[in-house]
Design a protein around this ligand. Structure first.
Ligand SMILES: [Fe+2]
Ligand SMILES: [Fe+2]
Length: 387
């Protein structure tokens, strides 16, 4: 049996075909959503009536025709490629020696201002990784109705656990006060403001009445994906990467720096998967991408830019190592422009990149031989020959 489902168009609540309703969306004529054949298929709870299917019947969201246990044939090859890339770059924080970092931390080589930058960064990331992991498994996973994307999400969720583990390992190694660090997301206003924006997006999807079957629900889901992949992992993480990798460039805190390079490499893949997923959902559901939604998305990204600039000012009240809040203003705007462009919204700021070495670091991170020893070990492990 071959199951297919005609492409569906979601409509805003209250509108009927040909009815302008209270809301006006001019991208596509509104028509009622077709019922999903069997929603339990999309939750992976049944294989009933699924049978063999045409690959074209796979859909990123609201797919009732193919149950999510059907990995093959692949439709979204990009999802599988991101999964393979993630697996090829396996690492554990405990493999990175911290002896030199411990010496540096205990010495007088670091000023109070430099210590503040390090602590504020560790404090932000320590919880941000958990927020991303929780949003993945509690909000995103259930509503992505495609096996190859879920395969990637499982890999990403594991990587987020590794990242959280990294911050615990750093806190333990340096003998930092864990209560202070792991509570910064509530106690330091510049961090709390960023995290609150994200947690609100998770709460919206976790509402028991939430469904991507409605036009509003599907838009809220897209908003969540943009909020996490583009804003959290694509903007909020990047000032922290620059700050910590600046220490590494000066040969200070090199263990932490190496761990941040690993994380940066993982996050680059997370961001790229997220952009493919967002653009894929847009392509399959063009009616969601209304001018109003685009405007709101741009406004949310610009708000996030302000929050990130405020965070950089908080981390660098006096400036250290040639870094200051003005440079971060340009950097965050430069990064935000790139993110806006990737989802088809034009650049906003036209700011140049004050840290061109970050581009080199990101490019370098894509090369497999960057972390030669460990990557080679894991890759050899996956290609053992038994003869
Ligand atoms: Fe992460
Ligand atoms: Fe991530």
């Amino acid at each position: 049996m071959s199951a297919t489902l005609a492409p569906r168009t979601l409509s805003p609540a209250g509108s009927q075909a040909g009815d302008s309703g209270a809301l006006s969306f001019d991208d596509a004529p509104a028509r009622p959503a077709a019922p999903v054949e069997n929603p339990a298929n999309a939750e992976g709870l049944t294989t009933e009536n699924t049978g063999r299917f045409d690959v074209d019947a796979k859909r990123l969201i609201n797919c009732g025709a193919v149950d999510v246990n059907q990995l093959m044939p692949l439709k979204y090859k990009w999802a599988w490629e991101h999964y393979i890339n993630g697996c090829a770059n396996h690492w554990m924080p405990t493999e990175v020696p911290m002896t030199k970092d411990i010496e540096t931390w205990r010495s007088d080589k670091l000023s109070d201002d430099e210590r503040l930058v390090i602590l504020r960064n560790l404090g932000f990331f320590a919880t941000a990784e958990s927020l991303v992991g929780n949003n993945l498994v509690l909000a995103i996973f259930k509503h992505v109705t495609n096996a190859e994307c879920r395969q990637y999400l499982l890999r990403q969720a594991f990587e987020e656990a590794i990242h959280t583990h990294t911050f615990l390992y750093i806190v333990d190694s340096l003998g930092l006060e864990e209560g202070a660090l792991f509570n910064m997301y509530r106690e330091i206003p510049a961090i709390a403001a960023k995290d609150e924006l994200e947690m609100e997006l998770t709460r919206e999807i976790m509402d028991p009445n939430f469904s991507t079957e409605t036009f509003e629900g599907a838009q809220a889901f897209l908003k969540n994906l943009i909020g996490y992949y583009l804003i959290m992992e694509g903007i909020f993480f990047y000032s922290g990467f620059v700050m910590m990798l600046s220490f590494h460039r000066r040969n200070l805190m090199t263990g932490v720096g190496e761990q941040f390079q690993y994380i940066l490499r993982d996050e680059t893949t997370h961001l790229n998967f997220g952009i493919d997923l967002i653009n894929g959902i847009k392509a399959e559901n063009p009616e969601l991408w209304t001018p109003k939604f685009q405007q709101e998305t741009r406004a949310r990204i610009l708000h996030a830019v302000e929050l990130e600039i405020a965070y950089a000012q908080d981390c660098l009240p006096k400036g250290v190592m040639g870094l200051n809040a003005d440079l971060f203003r340009d950097y965050v705007r430069h990064v935000a422009d790139r993110r806006l462009e990737r989802i088809g919204l034009g650049a906003e700021f036209g700011a140049s990149n004050p840290f061109p070495w970050m581009s080199e670091t990101i490019d370098l991170a894509k090369e497999k031989n960057f972390f030669e020893t460990r990557v080679t070990e894991y890759q050899t492990g996956s290609a053992l020959s038994w003869d």
